[in-house]
Design a binder for this molecule. Structure first.
Ligand SMILES: [Zn+2]
Length: 184
């Protein structure tokens, strides 16, 4: 099966059904294992992009979040949300049919913060400069988050776990390495 053609077909069918012109096909060894069009218009779920829906289908079907050995076909170059999801599931390859510039004139969105022009620029700004208002509130929640992350790191390294109680101190535990964590 020509998977690029299948992706285009899915997108066109979706438009016929009142949906948006995007689609995603996930394949292994040339066979389709999951596929979806964009379902935002049908579901009113802003995260129902074709990539996200197809990735969820495949994860549930195969019980894994690791897509090594898979290729993912998308109609248009992925948006930042989908690009993030693609990095998380780590397929061997992502094939896209149209570039961002090619579909920009068809891209319509009435959302307050998200415009095609700022797709990627916005995300790379320091959080204080983004259009989406964000606040950093460190205090107690930060301490608990650090503790949870430190426990995960110890489990990964097979070392002794930090006691599972709120407020447990990280001090005096030289086996925990936190320099990779950034909180700014
Ligand atoms: Zn997307």
């Amino acid at each position: 099966m020509d998977l690029v053609r299948r992706t285009i077909e899915l997108a066109l069918e979706n438009v016929e059904n009142g949906g948006r012109p995007f689609a995603c096909v996930i394949s292994r060894g040339g066979k389709v294992v999951a596929e979806s069009p964009n379902l935002v218009a049908q579901t009113h779920d802003p995260t129902a992009h074709a990539e996200i829906v197809a990735i969820r289908q495949a994860c549930q079907r195969f019980g894994t979040e690791n897509f090594e050995g898979h290729d993912i076909y998308v109609l248009a170059h992925p948006c930042p949300m989908c690009l993030g999801a693609l990095y998380y599931c780590s397929p061997d390859r992502v094939v896209f049919v149209t570039t961002r510039d090619e579909y920009s004139r068809y891209y319509k969105d009435d959302r307050k913060y998200f415009e095609l022009e700022n797709f990627y620029d916005e995300f790379s700004k320091p959080w204080q400069e983004r259009r989406l208002p964000m606040e950093h509130r460190p205090e107690e929640d930060r301490r608990r988050s650090l503790l949870a992350l430190a426990r995960v790191e110890l489990v990964i390294r097979g070392e002794e776990a930090v006691p599972n109680r709120p407020g447990a101190s990280l001090r005096g535990r030289p086996t925990i390495s936190l320099p990779r964590l950034r909180w700014t």
